[in-house]
Design a protein. Structure first.
Length: 171
């Protein structure tokens, strides 16, 4: 590894990252190719992104960094989210309507199984799910049309149990 990881730098601690190699290695490789450095701020941002449960936005990381003594700009956070995306550590999480939800959402994917989403159109609750049969069908459809799938996202939109129950009571 080209970068000297100081002991006071915190590596991501999620179980999957530990089992499959730290996300910091992926980011370090990308930064090395670009002549960049793995700074304490970047490492803390990476750790925070890896430790997020579910989906998150740039302003969540921005707030965390500033609360923990890393005064960075929101622009810096967005630039680093682009790097994490390029390194394959996070991806844009397709949310029903990013504009009404306050902008782009992300999710940590390195070492995580592929999953799709159920989204409540009333309260916005999101549930991650994985059904291999759906993936097989999507691959079959792509093949039938001459496509080679590189990735996909599936979002099923409806009402969660609470909103369904609430609407039945109101009727």
């Amino acid at each position: 590894m080209c970068i000297d990881m100081h002991q006071d730098m915190v590596k991501p601690s999620c179980v999957r990252c530990t089992e499959q190699g730290f996300c910091s290695d992926k980011l370090s490789e990308l930064l090395h190719c670009r002549g960049g450095r793995l700074t304490k701020e970047r490492l803390f941002l990476l750790k925070s992104a890896c430790d997020m449960n579910g989906h998150f936005q740039a302003h969540h990381l921005y707030s965390l960094l500033n609360e923990h003594g890393y005064p960075v700009s929101l622009t810096t956070v967005y630039r680093n989210l682009a790097l994490l995306t390029e390194a394959g550590i996070i991806r844009r999480a397709f949310v029903q309507d990013d504009t009404h939800a306050g902008g782009v959402w992300y999710e940590h994917i390195w070492g995580h199984e592929h999953h799709d989403h159920l989204v409540c159109s009333s309260c916005g609750m999101k549930v991650e799910f994985s059904y291999p049969a759906i993936d097989i069908l999507q691959e079959a459809v792509a093949k039938e049309h001459g496509f080679s799938l590189t990735h996909h996202h599936l979002e099923l939109i409806g009402l969660c149990p609470e909103c369904t129950h609430s609407r039945t009571e109101d009727a």
